[in-house]
Each structure stands twice: as structure tokens, then as C-alpha cells.
Design a protein. Structure first.
Lengths: 211, 200
């Protein structure tokens, strides 16, 4: 499968198109709101600006069901492990938006307790400037993210992951073989030693009886 | 009893001195050994009953211009609820060698968290406090960030999220519940947990 999927043909490219179309028009956000940016996200979400026009109306409050991690607000060092854990709990494919100055760069908090940008903890796809950014800026970021999603190739990623898995299996089998060999070798050596001891004992016994 | 009379009593009984630099003239400097008695006097015996503790603040005089004497200070602000005009402040000077100050949690319940915060940010130890842990900073945090010799931009990476389960279990046990079994995820290794704070 690996070689076939690397060269785009009519089946893989049309499948890519279909998958990306589906993904980019149903980006379900997980709002990790810690400050005023979250309030701005609420106004983006509802009535007047209406995020559901681009298919993102389902705000999921569990990382298992969401595609986009939306970090809106200041992240302190006390919170950093929690954010990282939530990112790790999200199923792939996953994207991250850093909303506002604090999440992108730490903002004006230049002190011992604030993380200077969440890209120190997790990879970020789109940054939004502003303190807090306007809903238009948020929509712009969502369109950018949609473009990014459409550029990705589902089949290529799949082929790469299969390749990685195959390599991992190869490495692991080689390791297991090596281990088995050494174990057998040890056993054989042990057995030889055991036989030698027995022979020596027998020889000693024979000598004893001769005497 | 006016505020002036209260100051006179404080000076007479507890060896307090009035702070001259204070703009409103309501601050008295008490030694740590007399603090608890002075606070008790203010709360219960004095004519104006100062039954509200407004704040406890730590001070670090390390880079303060023209300052002589001990490095730290703890300032207590009191207020009367019945006569809200009257306010009084007590100040305890704490030297760097002996960071102990008696607690006043038995008189004011809200002093509990204030004292925890001062301990967290300045490292001043309140003797007799029921639960002296860090309040704002993480358990793995090393140092006391509001001291003037702590570099303000020194950041510390942490390995875990905060570890509040023992306190929760303690509270539940006080209410009559009992912990029968913990899941493996919850059970943490203390050695592993405290190794976390990453150097530089």
C-alpha cells in the first residue's frame, strides 16, 4: 500500500478531497477559556456572528469529541500541565488555535507565573492577535485553519503512519530475536557448564573408587 | 475609647511604638512575642471592637531606600464593623534569621488563607497555623516569588497538575466518610512528584 499511496492518483486525490471537505466544514472546537478572550469567543459563537455558518457550532466540552483546541486566555505555569494533558487526550486529527495576545506570547504578563506563549507546551496552528481579538479576527483564523486542513493529504498521512508502524514492528521483532538468541546462548552455556561439572564429578568419583 | 487611647494602651501594655512614616498615623509596630495578646486586646477588650481583619500583607525592605532594621515585615489591617471609620494597623518586624511569627487564626478565621499567602510569597512561617501550605503557587515551586531577591522573570516548569487529593480525603474523613480504595491513576508517587521542577 505504501508505494501506491505516495503517488497521487484519481482515487486517492478524490478521497483526500472528500475527507478534507468533511473535516474543514465540521471543525468542532474545545474552548479552553481562561480570560476575556473566552467572552469574545462566546459572542463569536452565538447569534450576531454565528460560528455555525462554517459548521463549527458544536462546542464540545470534552477533548475526546473535538477537533480544534481553542486556547483563549492567559496560561499560567500552574495550568500548563493540565493544558498539555487535555491536548494529549484529543484524538487525531487535532489542531490548536492560540487566541489573543496572552495565549500567543504571554501578553503583558512578563513574570514568574505566566507561560510566554502556549507554543512552549503544545504545537500551535493559527495565532490570533488582539487583546481580546474581535470576532472578525476569529473568523479569519477559522478560514485560515480551513485552508490548512484542505491542504493536508489524508492518504499520505495514513501511508506514513503505516510505514512508521511497519518500521516499529521490524525494530521490535529484531529486538525480540536478539533477546531470544542471547537467552538461548546463555542456556546453552549453562547447560555446558552443568555437563562439565557432572563429568568432573564422575571422574572424581571414579578416581575415588579406584583408590 | 478613642483610637488615641487604644494606642496609649498598646504602648503601655505591649511595648508598641507608633510608626511616624504612616500618613494617617494608625500604625503601631509590635514585637512578635506580644502580637497575639495585642490582637486579642483589639478584638475583645478595647472600646471599639475591631472585629474585622481586612488584610495581612508581607513587606520586603531589601531594596527600600534609607531603611534600617529587619528585612521583612508583616502588616495586619483591622477595621470595626460597628464603627467603620476606625481603622488600625499592626506591624511586626521580622528578621531574616528568625522568620517566625505567631498565628492569629484562633481569633480570626479568615487569617488562615492570608497567612498561607504571606508564607507562600515571602516565606514567613506562622507558628501554630493549622495548615501552612502554599496558597497561590504550585507545590513544586522553589523559592518565594515576592521577595526582592527572587528574579521576577525566573520561570519554573512543573511536571504535574496540583495535588489536592490528600486535602480532599482529609475533609471527607472529617465528615465521616472513609476511603476504601483508590484507583491507580490517583495514587501518586511522592518522590516522582517532587522531582518535577525543572532547572532553569
Amino acid at each position: 500500500m505504501g508505494n501506491e499511496a505516495e503517488k497521487p492518483n484519481i482515487i486517492t486525490s478524490s478521497l483526500d478531497f472528500l475527507v478534507n471537505w468533511g473535516r474543514s466544514n465540521s471543525l468542532w472546537p474545545f474552548p479552553y477559556g481562561t480570560a476575556c478572550c473566552a467572552i469574545e469567543f462566546m459572542s463569536t459563537e452565538v447569534g450576531r456572528y454565528d460560528l455555525s455558518r462554517i459548521g463549527s457550532e458544536y462546542v464540545r466540552f470534552t477533548p475526546r469529541q473535538s477537533d480544534v483546541l481553542l486556547v483563549a486566555g492567559t496560561i499560567t505555569y500552574k495550568q500548563a500541565p493540565i493544558l498539555k494533558r487535555i491536548y494529549e487526550q484529543m484524538a487525531e486529527p487535532r489542531w490548536v488555535i492560540a487566541m489573543g495576545a496572552c495565549a500567543s506570547s504571554g501578553g503583558f504578563y512578563d513574570c514568574y507565573c505566566t507561560v510566554p506563549g502556549i507554543d512552549h507546551i503544545i504545537p500551535v496552528d493559527v495565532y490570533i492577535g488582539g487583546c481580546p481579538p474581535r470576532p472578525e479576527a476569529f473568523f479569519d483564523a477559522m478560514f485560515d485553519l480551513q485552508k490548512k486542513v484542505k491542504d493536508e493529504s489524508f492518504m499520505k498521512q495514513r501511508a506514513e503512519s503505516v510505514k512508521e508502524q511497519l518500521e516499529m514492528i521490524k525494530v521490535k521483532t529484531a529486538e525480540a530475536k536478539c533477546e531470544a538468541k542471547t537467552a538461548i546462548h546463555e542456556k546453552v552455556v549453562d547447560f555446558k557448564d552443568f555437563m562439565k561439572e557432572k563429568e568432573q564429578n564422575l571422574v572424581k568419583k571414579a578416581q575415588f573408587w579406584k583408590e | 475609647m478613642t483610637v488615641e487611647e487604644i494606642f496609649a494602651v498598646l504602648e503601655e501594655r505591649y511595648g508598641a511604638t507608633r510608626e511616624k512614616q504612616d500618613k494617617w498615623g494608625v500604625t503601631a509596630v509590635v514585637s512578635a512575642s506580644y502580637l497575639h495578646n495585642a490582637v486579642q486586646f483589639l478584638k475583645e477588650e478595647s472600646g471599639i471592637k475591631f472585629n474585622m481583619l481586612v488584610d495581612i500583607a508581607g513587606v520586603d525592605y531589601l531594596t527600600y531606600p534609607n531603611h534600617e532594621g529587619p528585612r521583612f515585615a508583616v502588616a495586619y489591617a483591622f477595621k470595626s464593623v460597628t464603627k467603620p471609620v476606625n481603622r488600625i494597623r499592626l506591624k511586626v518586624l521580622v528578621s531574616e534569621e528568625n522568620l517566625n511569627v505567631p498565628t492569629i487564626t484562633d481569633l480570626y478565621a479568615n487569617a488562615n488563607w492570608y497567612e498561607r499567602e504571606v508564607y507562600d510569597q515571602f516565606g514567613i512561617v506562622f507558628k501554630g497555623h493549622p495548615d501552612l501550605r502554599r496558597l497561590l503557587n504550585h507545590v513544586e515551586f522553589v523559592g518565594h516569588p515576592l521577595r526582592k531577591d527572587y528574579p521576577a522573570q525566573k520561570r519554573q516548569w512543573l511536571s504535574t497538575n496540583d495535588y489536592l487529593l490528600p486535602q480532599l480525603e482529609q475533609r471527607l474523613e472529617e465528615l465521616g466518610y472513609k476511603v476504601v480504595q483508590r484507583s491507580k491513576e490517583v495514587e501518586t508517587n511522592d518522590n516522582e512528584f517532587l522531582e518535577g521542577s525543572i532547572k532553569e
